[in-house]
Design a protein around this ligand. Sequence first.
Ligand code: UDP
Length: 337
Amino acid sequence: MPAKPIAIVTGGAGFIGSHMTDLLVQRGYEVRVIDNLVGGREANLKHHASNADVTLDRRDIRALVPDDTLFAGASLVFHFAGIGDIVPSIEQPSEYMSANVQGTVAVLEAARHAGVRKLVYAASSSCYGLADTPTREDHPIRPQYPYALSKYQGEQAVFHWGQVYRLPVNSIRIFNAYGTRSRTSGAYGAVFGVFLRQKLAGKPFTVVGDGTQRRDFIYATDVASGFLAAGETEKSGEVWNVGAGKPQSINRLIELLGGEKVHIPKRPGEPDVTFADTTKIGRDLGWAPQVTFEEGVSRVVAEIDYWREAPLWTPETIATATETWFKALSPGGTGPR
Ligand code: UDP
């Protein structure tokens, strides 16, 4: 039997990265995960525990060296490792630039020296800022906070390595990804983690504003299939949006989850709608999402116990946690308008 192709997944024990790992194993790849287990969890890989095709390297990506032996023989690299969330990025911008930009450079250098066939970067749709919708890949770039800036600069580094060193690269700008294993600890973050924990506790959902704002929620396995297509294609130097292209309101999410609500203040600089134009990835790679919002939410609810250890947010603790955010981004604050 020919040797299996080797794929590297940075952040492969994290939320989307672990779904990527699952898909690659299914498709016959040997997967080398690099994850320092700060955001990621070893439990996300536990169903592969006895599988020799999945190995875990616990280093921080910034500790990779250009001729890193871990990359020897690898054909594809999927780069998800990094740090997320808006509020901590406003409070600790240097750490975000270091992990998301310098960390990306370390991965690029290892990939370049190993002569990999393709590197696919996990970029964020937050680069578009308050965008016109549906949002195409050629929309102006307007990062609104350090997390968005750091992810965008990481993407620029990726294309720079493509240009200067001829490393074949592609980038995917992910919209609002959700699914099983989305992060459960730390900062006040993505809405699913907040709401699922509130549901478990029988507490009201903290709805920002009137809940009519819509987000382009995209299920994690659909994100992973987009990345695989971006890795296996002959094309390089491309950027693609990955979203469902069908924005859903927060009120609709609550209808599906079922429960009481309590309203909290609208956030400064918050878009009313995020909406990916996915024409380009459909045309170039034949990619289309497979999981409907109703199906995705029911899969997450079926695994709701996963969120039992997550922090339980209330209107009061959210107000405290988002104080810096409101200060930095409100008109009259020191931030961008
Ligand atoms: N949201 C909410 N209550 C919360 C957290 C978030 O109603 O406790 C809403 C928020 O207003 C936004 C959506 O959920 O419309 C997604 O928020 P998230 O922070 O997950 O992503 P982003 O705002 O960055 O798109």
